[in-house]
Design a protein around this ligand. Structure first.
Ligand SMILES: [Fe+2]
Length: 228
């Protein structure tokens, strides 16, 4: 005959066993759909020579574009951006025109993946260069009036910050609990993408994102763009 302590032990284990049975039962009976998907595309510019030419053009602009340098300084941008000074890079430099031809293909593939019902292919709206120095950041933002936005990473020295992507529903989460660290990326409120040279990231322009601080000794060079 089992003594009282043994009896108590087996009884204590019972709720756990029932819980496991119940969880397995629900797993078998329950269908969970993943709705309202946010697509984020990671591909690569498969052209090392073009990437090298782009790096050279970006560095040249960072020296020659005085209006852009002044704007960057006034706005506290650590480094150089052509964002406010040069709106015609693909017309100005054939290297950027080559890039746009490649980007058109990537953006068209992403638009198909998004199942956009488009009357015409998405077209480049703007494209700008970022040469960001150590400590450079770009706080959380979206790209208004565009459909697809993205960045090509030209040079990414070790220590360059990641791109932080934010759940677009954060403002409505109210009392939603935080997610366990081991939850899958599509359940996390923040996702950090770690670029490598040649990487092309694409996302829908409403997706809020943030460039995390760079601790790299050398400049991180990227080219950002909007399509609509
Ligand atoms: Fe951005």
């Amino acid at each position: 005959m089992a003594d009282a302590s043994q009896k108590g032990g087996s009884l204590a284990a019972l709720p756990g066993a029932i819980g496991k049975l119940r969880a397995s039962f629900y797993r078998r009976c329950m269908t969970t759909r993943r709705l309202f998907t946010t697509l984020f595309s990671e591909s690569a510019l498969d052209d090392p020579a073009l990437l090298e030419q782009l790096a050279h053009s970006c560095r040249t602009l960072a020296v020659d574009d005085r209006a852009g340098r002044t704007w960057s300084k006034e706005k506290g941008y650590r480094g150089y951006t052509s964002y406010a000074s040069l709106g015609d890079l693909p017309q100005r430099d054939p290297v950027f025109a080559d890039l746009v031809r490649a980007l058109n293909r990537h953006v068209a593939a992403f638009a198909r993946e998004c199942a956009f019902d488009l009357a015409r292919p998405l077209k480049l709206d703007s494209l700008w260069v970022n040469v960001m120095k150590r400590g450079g950041v770009h706080s959380g933002h979206i790209h208004p009036h565009s459909v697809v936005s993205g960045t090509l990473y030209v040079e990414v020295p070790p220590g360059s910050g990641s791109l932080k992507l934010e759940d677009p529903r954060l403002a409505m989460l109210m009392a939603a609990p935080v997610r366990r660290p081991d939850a899958s990326p599509d359940l996390q409120p923040f996702v950090y993408a770690e670029p490598t040279p040649g990487a092309i990231y694409l996302w829908e322009s409403w997706l809020r994102h943030e460039v995390m601080p760079s601790d790299a000794k050398d400049a991180r060079i990227s080219i950002s763009f909007n399509y609509r």
